[in-house]
Design a protein around this ligand. Structure first.
Ligand SMILES: Nc1ncnc2c1ncn2[C@@H]1O[C@H](COP(=O)(O)OP(=O)(O)OP(=O)(O)O)[C@@H](O)[C@H]1O
Ligand SMILES: [Mg+2]
Length: 213
């Protein structure tokens, strides 16, 4: 399955979720390819840190910030992998547009903050455009950096604001703001691998993986 983690808004957790989803699937024994579609190359750097420290399983990763190259490479190599996760970078780009046309699923992370909710209109327009080229793109939105309280008004209001965007299906599997997500990424690890174990973070990631795959 090809999953793009994308949002034209920067800093919403695209790279964090891409790395965690890719590693969760690799740990489950799947052949996974993580594609960094962002010129910044953050996902690629995280995977390089992982390789240098010899952590198993290794993760195949390539950087294609240019849309036509990304499309050609995915079309050529897709059959070698069970899952392809594309981290599409934090703005409207040729890589993001190419990824949307290739993907089965778009996962849009957003934080429970007004600016993040307002910015959803840009990525919603790109979803419309991708669907006009090719039917069948499923688009899901999920809270990242959610407030830890289950009764958080901000989480609830952000989820409710999604009703304004019929393009997205809201996934009620929020990823909470937790140091373990930031710490794991810096070591090229998923939250499923770091010690000490953060069982809440693991549960959140596993719930998201289950609903997506
Ligand atoms: N659930 C989380 N809990 C704590 N920190 C998080 C979480 N998600 C992301 N972060 C941190 O927030 C910052 C931005 O996350 P990330 O780099 O994944 O976002 P991005 O959408 O890929 O950004 P960009 O648009 O620049 O590519 C990073 O420092 C990351 O470690
Ligand atoms: Mg990123």
């Amino acid at each position: 399955m090809i999953v793009t983690v994308g949002n034209t808004k920067g800093g919403v957790g695209k790279t964090t979720l891409s790395l965690n989803l890719a590693l969760a699937r690799a740990l489950a024994g799947r052949e996974v390819w993580l594609i960094d579609g962002d010129r910044q190359g953050t996902a690629q750097t995280a995977v390089s840190i992982r390789s240098e420290s010899g952590v198993s399983p290794g993760l195949a990763c390539a950087t294609y910030p240019d849309g036509p190259t990304l499309r050609a490479q995915v079309q050529q190599q897709a059959s070698k992998f069970d899952d392809i996760i594309i981290d599409a970078g934090g703005r409207d780009s040729t890589a993001l547009r190419a990824a949307l046309v290739l993907s089965d699923i778009l996962l849009v992370p957003f934080a429970p903050r007004s600016y993040d909710v307002w910015a959803l209109s840009d990525i919603a327009a790109l979803v419309d455009e991708a669907r006009s080229v090719r039917d069948g793109l499923k688009a899901f939105a999920v809270l990242n950096c959610a407030d830890p309280s289950p009764s958080s008004t901000d989480n609830r209001e952000a989820a409710e604001a999604l009703a304004d965007f019929p393009q997205f299906t809201y996934l009620n599997t929020p990823i909470v703001r937790r140091k373990s997500f930031a710490n794991a990424g810096g070591q090229g690890l998923s939250v499923l691998e770091i010690s000490p174990r953060d069982s809440k973070a693991c549960d959140e990631l596993n719930a998201l993986v289950k609903v997506l795959f």
